[in-house]
Write a protein that binds this ligand. Structure first.
Ligand code: NAD
Ligand code: WQD
Length: 343
């Protein structure tokens, strides 16, 4: 298996995975509509790899455009990142999320069927667990009603995949449930590029530290956790990228109809205040922050039981929270003069 289609491959997780794939001898074929990414990321990926990559600017919802890609290359596996991911926006514009995230998946599955492509890795999320009682959470945990239309697209996506695998004798799927991906490539050539005000904690921290935001709002200080702030499982994006390579390698040896769901996290929870403290240590900067009311929709605590990934894929997170925050900080500093290229 060589040619791997990477949808959303210029995005945050997709770009790091494209690098990891090429480093492991796969040939990534990247498709992205640039709705939440920038073309210069392609050049940066090539700079890291010191080789050219194949890129199509196309929308996964455009059947004809996707069909053309499958005709031009013998695709042997697909990693499907392409989706919208902003939780708050999905509450305000649910149809935009259902349309993009579900149609793109359906389209892709139809084209894969047409071209007899049998291996798929799907981007799912720990959001499918909601606020579980059981921590760390393992994959056998109940899927609770989604908190947002975004979360629901991941639950429905998993259900679609299950039904299609049941109906087809020749489709092998792994749905990776990511916890909280953070960090950047250590080269500081690729990383997260939030548009406008970041929703997520770590880009907000790095933008505050660099002076783009006056202070960080810490949402909630009275949660039932040791320091009163929420707990998450923050995973370095390079570790997450490598999990995709392992998932593909695992699928290489699968035949018939197969689907499994695998957590990708570190197995360790850190509170928001711990993230701030660790960031201050690695950056040597004091981070201005203040407490603000709880953010609606936030769960108190979630972190992975990551043993299944180790057992089935032979994958385990290698990088620490400090590594990830140091890389995120290096990236934030590196992109200061890139503003015109971003929007
Ligand atoms: P991202 O927005 O950086 O990357 C997604 C990429 O897909 C972008 O480059 C965007 O331009 C592209 N895209 C979107 N819709 C498209 C379409 N219809 N056709 C072609 N390209 C399209 O997001 P990310 O953080 O890299 O997330 C990747 C995947 O992982 C998404 O499916 C997301 O829901 C999932 N996920 C992300 C997180 C997270 O916290 N970042 C956590 C769990 C799951
Ligand atoms: C982490 C913690 C905030 C910003 C989201 C999606 C989830 C998944 C990963 C895709 C929370 C706190 C944040 C800030 C803060 N994505 N925070 N001040 O909400 O755990 O997960 O991304 O599937 O579906 O919901 O990540 O980084 O937004 O927040 O105090 O300015 O940081 O309240 O406790 P979250 P996050």
């Amino acid at each position: 298996m060589k040619n791997i289609l990477v949808t959303g491959g210029l995005g945050f997780i997709g770009s790091h995975t494209t690098v990891a794939l090429a480093e492991q001898g796969f040939i990534p074929i990247v498709v992205d509509n640039l709705s939440n990414s920038e073309l210069f990321i392609k050049d940066r990926i090539e700079q890291i790899l010191n080789q050219a990559i194949t890129f199509y600017q196309a929308d996964c919802n455009d059947y004809a455009a996707m069909e053309k890609i499958f005709k031009e290359h013998t695709i042997e596996g697909v990693i499907h990142f392409a989706a919208y991911k902003a939780v708050g926006e999905s509450v305000a514009e649910p149809l935009k999320y259902y349309e993009n995230n579900l149609f793109s998946l359906i389209n892709l599955l139809k084209i894969m069927q047409q071209f007899s492509v049998q291996k798929l890795v799907f981007s799912s999320s720990c959001t499918v667990y909601g606020q579980t009682e059981k921590l760390p959470v393992d994959e056998s945990n109940a899927i609770l009603p989604a908190f947002s239309p975004y979360g629901n697209t991941k639950q429905i996506g998993e259900e679609i995949l299950q039904d299609v695998v049941k109906s087809q004798v020749d489709l092998q799927v792994i749905s990776l449930r990511y916890f909280n991906p953070i960090g950047a490539h250590p080269s500081a050539l690729i990383g997260e590029l939030p548009r406008g005000v970041p929703n997520n904690l770590v880009p907000y921290i790095t933008q505050t530290a660099i002076g783009k935001r006056p202070f960080l709002n810490v949402f909630g200080k009275d949660y039932p956790t040791p320091d009163g702030t929420c707990i998450r499982d923050f995973i370095h994006v390079c570790d997450l990228a490598e999990a995709h390579v392992k998932a593909l390698q695992f699928l290489q040896n699968q035949k018939g109809s197969f689907i499994d769901f695998i957590n990708v996290g570190t197995g360790k929870g850190n509170s928001v205040l711990e993230v701030i403290q660790t960031f201050e240590q690695v950056s040597g900067k004091a981070l201005p922050y203040q407490f603000a009311p709880r953010r609606s929709g936030d769960v108190t605590a979630i972190y992975a039981d990551a043993r299944k990934a180790e057992k089935i894929l032979g994958w385990k997170a290698q990088r620490s929270l400090a590594d990830a925050l140091a890389d995120a900080w290096r990236w934030e500093q590196a992109i200061q003069n890139l503003e015109p290229m971003r929007f």
